[in-house]
Design a protein around this ligand. Structure first.
Ligand code: HEM
Ligand code: HEM
Length: 194
């Protein structure tokens, strides 16, 4: 496949697809809940959604060796899946009701978080592919000094991008956590269940 087509199909499309699927699915489920007069279900979906997102961060605990069980690479896949699915439930939970600003700020922070998570995923996948390709090239042609240098340079660049991305992802996650917690505390203080 030519490089631009490969870039589109491997990197851009999954990214956009995942985000579009999230919004379209949330809108459809919310539409169904409205249709069948089941809005109360959406109200409760905030809880499993939040639990899934919290559960997905087990990956972080494993990565920083707070816990020792589980395979980090597998847990990262679970992190991506559970955070995505939890965000879907929270989006349905938020629905199209506009009474409280705090919850909406949390939703925006969550969406930015998901967008950032997806960006990180593709940066990581890309650097992994580059490493793999560089290794393959070395295997095929023997250890050409210049090429080795070249490959390592690109690898370090892509890893730098990943490192910089982490610096952005963390404060976004923090903002999301603070806003979501504030919303949840406000709900339990004023108990606005309808
Ligand atoms: C334990 C988890 C959660 C519980 C128990 C919960 C509970 C509730 C309840 C009872 C409402 C209805 C408030 C009303 O209509 O006056 C509500 C609305 C809402 N929640 Fe949550 N929620 C949770 C998590 C979240 C999270 C994580 C987010 C965002 C990331 C969120 C965003 C929203 C939004 C946007 C609304 C709509 C506010 C509006 O009507 O304008 N919720 N939540
Ligand atoms: C509400 C949504 C999300 C939250 C709160 C969240 C939270 C986090 C946190 C706290 C980390 C840091 C892990 C660490 O270094 O300790 C992280 C890393 C990461 N997340 Fe998410 N995330 C969310 C959604 C997503 C999604 C949807 C994806 C991809 C599909 C994703 C992919 C990643 C990747 C690839 C990493 C980097 C792994 C690493 O550097 O070791 N995240 N996320």
């Amino acid at each position: 496949m030519p490089v631009p087509a490969r870039l589109l199909s491997r990197e851009v499309l999954p990214f956009l697809g995942s985000f579009t699927a999230l919004t379209l699915l949330a809108l459809s489920i919310d539409g169904l809940l409205h249709l069948f007069d089941l809005l109360w279900v959406g109200r409760w979906l905030g809880i499993p959604g939040t639990l899934l997102i919290i559960g997905s961060t087990v990956y972080s605990l494993r990565k920083h060796k707070v816990i020792h069980r589980g395979h980090p690479a597998k847990l990262l896949r679970w992190h991506e899946l559970l955070a995505w699915f939890g965000s879907l439930l929270v989006l349905v939970h938020a629905g199209v009701h506009f009474n409280a600003i705090l919850g909406w700020l949390a939703v925006w922070a969550m969406l930015i978080n998901v967008g950032s998570g997806l960006t990180g995923k593709f940066l990581l996948d890309r650097s992994r592919r580059r490493m793999e390709e560089a290794r393959q090239r070395m295997r095929e042609r023997g250890l050409g000094e210049e090429e080795l240098e070249d490959g390592l340079y690109w690898d370090s660049l892509t890893f730098d991008v990943v490192k910089q991305w982490r610096l952005v992802h963390f404060p976004i996650t923090l903002a999301f956590s603070v806003l979501a917690t504030a919303h949840i505390v406000a709900i339990f203080l004023f108990w606005g269940w309808k």
